[in-house]
Each structure stands twice: as C-alpha cells, then as structure tokens.
Design a protein around this ligand. Sequence first.
Ligand SMILES: *[C@@H]1O[C@H](CO)[C@@H](O)[C@H](O)[C@H]1NC(C)=O
Ligand SMILES: *[C@@H]1O[C@H](CO)[C@@H](O)[C@H](O)[C@H]1NC(C)=O
Ligand SMILES: *[C@@H]1O[C@H](CO)[C@@H](O)[C@H](O)[C@H]1NC(C)=O
Ligand SMILES: *[C@@H]1O[C@H](CO)[C@@H](O)[C@H](O)[C@H]1NC(C)=O
Length: 493
Amino acid sequence: MAARCTETVLAALGLLSVCAASSSGSGTSGKAGGEAEWAEPWDGAVFRPPAALGAVGVARGLESLPPGSRDTVDLPVLLWWSPGLFPHFPGDSERIECTRGACVASRDRRARADPRTRALLFYGTDFRAADAPLPRLAHQSWALLHEESPLNNFLLSHGPGIRLFNLTATFSRHSDYPLPLQWLPGVAYLRRPAPPLRERAEWRRRGYAPLLYLQSHCDVPGDRDRYVRELMRYIPVDSYGKCLQNRQLPTMRLQDTATATTEDPELLTFLSRYKFHLALENAICNDYMTEKLWRPMHLGAVPVYRGSPSVRDWMPNNHSIILIDDFESPQKLAEFIDFLDKNDEEYMKYLAYKRPGGITNQFLLDSLEHREWGVNDPRLPNYLNGFECFVCDHELARLEAEKAHASSPGDIPVPKPHIAQPSHMNCPMPTPGFGKVEEIPENDSWKEMWLQDYWQGLYQGEALTAMIHNNETEQSKFWDYVHQIFMKRNKNR
Ligand SMILES: *[C@@H]1O[C@H](CO)[C@@H](O)[C@H](O)[C@H]1NC(C)=O
Ligand SMILES: *[C@@H]1O[C@H](CO)[C@@H](O)[C@H](O)[C@H]1NC(C)=O
Ligand SMILES: *[C@@H]1O[C@H](CO)[C@@H](O)[C@H](O)[C@H]1NC(C)=O
Ligand SMILES: *[C@@H]1O[C@H](CO)[C@@H](O)[C@H](O)[C@H]1NC(C)=O
C-alpha cells in the first residue's frame, strides 16, 4: 500500500519514470498500480501528467556521492524515511547544495543511527504510527511533507500527531514550507480567455446543463455527493464521473481515465462548454485548494466551490467564485445559479479577473512571485527538492547554533526546539455534506468510515507520543496503547 501511494505522488510530481526505473518493474505507466483506494480519478492526483509540474531534479548538484566518501564526510545527512519520494536518481544518496551549504540526502535506512543523520523526512500519506522509527533520537528532526488532504492520514489532523514533527511542508500557509498554491502554475494560467458566451449559449440550447460535476472518488470526508444530490433536485447538473453519474463523456477515449488525463486538451475543451463547475474538495481544510478550484477558472467557468474556508484570501478578486456555504440551502444556491445563467452581464462580472489589471489580490500575486518552488517552471526546483533544501538549511543553522552554544554555554543559550503546530494541517472534524449528523443513519458509509478514521487519527497520535515518551521500541505495543486510549476516552464520555 505504501508503495502504491508513493508511486501515486511520484506520478503527481512527474517523477514516476524515476520510480519505475529504480523499483524494478512495478508501475511502468501513469497508472499507479491500479486504482489506489484513496486515488481520485479525474482529480488529477493520480493522473496528473509530468507536464503539470515538470522540471524535476533541477535541484542542485547531480554528482552522486555516498555518505562516507571524502567530500561528504562532515555533512549533515537527511534521510528520506519514505524512500519512494527520494527525489534523486540514480543511487541512494546524493550531495545537495543549498543556500547555507551542502547536505547529503539519502534513502538508505542504515543511516538512521548515524550521528550525522540530522533529519528524517516523511511523506504524510505513508506515515504510519505503528511503523514509526523508534526510539526517536533526540538529535534528529522529523520533517513532514504532506501536500494532500487528511483523507490519507487523519493522524496529522490532530495536535498529538502533528506535534511529532519539527518541520512541515503542507498546503497550509502556516506550515514551515507552505504549498497552498501547489496546483496553480501562475497568473497566466488564470488569465486564459474564456470561450465566447454565445458558444456556451449554444450548448445550453442543445440540452447541456448549466452545471458540470466530474468526480469519481465518491466516499470522501467532505461528503460532497450528499450536497450535490440535493442540489440536483433544484437545478440540472451534468455528472460524468462515477459519482452521481447521469451522462457519458462523448468519446470512449475520454471515458477511459487511463488515457484521458485531467490535462487532456480534448477533455478540457469539452469541460469548457459549461458555465459553472461544481468544485468540492475531498476534505475541508484551511488552504487546501486543488485543481478542482483552479481548473474551472483556467477554462473560464465559474467554480461553485466548497473546500478551504479561507479560499477568499487567495482569489484573484473578490468576485470570482461562488461559495456554496454562502447560501442557506441548495435551493437558494440553485436559484442564484439560474439567475446568473440567464443574466450575461452579471455572469461576466465573475470573469472580470481575466481582463488586464483584473487580478487585484496583492496577497495572491505576492505569494506566486515569492514562492521558491515552481509548477512547471524550469527555472525553479519542484517542491520536493525545494523542501529538502529547506530542511538542509534548517539543520545547518541548528548545527551552527549548537556549536555556538557549546563554545560559550554561559552566553549563548541552547537553541529552542522547533515543533509543528495544528495550524500546519488545519482540518476540523468532517461534517456531513448536507444535513445534520444526528439525522444521518448510523450505517451510513460516510459516518461509519470518516468519523471513525478521524478519532482513530487522534488515538494513534497519542499512542505514538506515549511510546516516544517512554522510549519504547517494540512496535507490537502500539495497538495496546491505542486500545488503552480508546478505552479511557469511552469511560470518560
Ligand atoms: C470588492 O471589490 C470592490 C472593488 O475593488 C470593492 O468596491 C468592494 O468593496 C469589495 N467588496 C468586498 C466585499 O470586499
Ligand atoms: C522536535 O519535536 C519534538 C516534539 O515532537 C521536540 O521534543 C524536539 O525537541 C524537537 N527537536 C528539535 C530539534 O527542534
Ligand atoms: C441501514 O439501515 C436501514 C434500516 O435498518 C436499512 O433499511 C438500510 O438498507 C441500511 N443501509 C445500508 C447502507 O446498509
Ligand atoms: C532508549 O532506550 C535504549 C535502550 O533501552 C537506550 O539505549 C537509549 O539511550 C534510550 N534512548 C533515549 C532517547 O532515551
């Protein structure tokens, strides 16, 4: 399972060929070993082609030097505990040049106990509390890369889980190496002109609905289908994915998610016939925004969005998307969409950001300009290599601070610990897509799956914290801890 997820993110980052080449035969195409249980076809996560992020490994320094060879003997080692993400090829170790100096990046787990190994790097999706490297060594930072939603790992959505880490790269603007705009290549992507309204009017006359829904991952923490099903009672929605499907994509090639990717030009042209795209994230977290939001804007459609509660902060102007949660009911939302559908002048106001000077959100413009990693930008590293260097620089600074303290302990204090915070992965408890949780039957699959997962994530974080605290090494004790915590909470309820 871990390997599958790893391949998935590699595909997402355009690194799959590296993975395939180095992991003897498994996963030789863009299809990540069949449909991973959390994969979202049409979401892009699985099928995003290399072009979407491009430029892999522009990172600095490509000579392969194993730790221990002369030039690397004193360098801090960064150990990728999730080996599939190791962003270098070929080999298991590589000297990297960063802003403050050099480090050795490695995926050789034998380096774990090496005193030079200063940081372990984990990928959130395959971080499992029951397999964490214990006992935790006091001189090592734990660094977390998790650009995905909590769908894959609710441990990270709770204080005890996230506080196990020292450095983070997540979708949250509050993380140490923030990736909120991971799906937005740049302003030009937003400025692409919209198709003429009369073309869309023609599609409407031929029987197309005003609204598009395209989702094939149906049971998700965000519970989006429950909302969309209700909305469909009040306004026509053409739904092409596996969820709530009521239409077929026009050609066999487009229907096959393995051949037509989310970036497929023919698919994009087809999707741009629609004036409104339902855009509901798989989970609700501050700053978690994906291609579901940006792609409609690229295509000149208006996203009807539910996802990051802080999404307004990132919009090109204050009138560019429709927020589902601004409406008291699906019926009211449907009425508003119907109004815009019949009123071109009001509709076009939502596309004003495409005109020259139309992007007025300085925070968005600054964030795009100042980020150190790129999306499909050959001048910048991708965020895997970027984060690796961020960790390297952090560890070089920490070593320096430790040395300074050691040389004059009276004057210079011990460097302060750096610990991740819940705001780095800010995803509250999942709530139903529509209606109240008490009104949903106990055997509902969303209720059974996601609420349980959510609480399991908390118990697992607490159990792992306890094990670290007690310097436990025996992984078999892990589930005993989880059980104890569960029992204690049940008693207190
Ligand atoms: C939206 O932007 C317009 C024009 O810049 C401004 O007049 C208006 O007050 C803004 N509205 C909100 C809710 O910020
Ligand atoms: C890393 O985080 C842990 C808490 O999980 C903390 O105890 C430790 O001091 C931190 N280490 C560094 C180097 O900041
Ligand atoms: C849930 O329970 C109700 C009543 O017991 C039953 O009618 C329904 O089929 C069940 N639904 C599922 C998804 O099992
Ligand atoms: C954990 O326990 C082992 C063996 O019991 C001991 O060698 C090691 O120093 C301990 N580590 C920490 C961080 O306390």
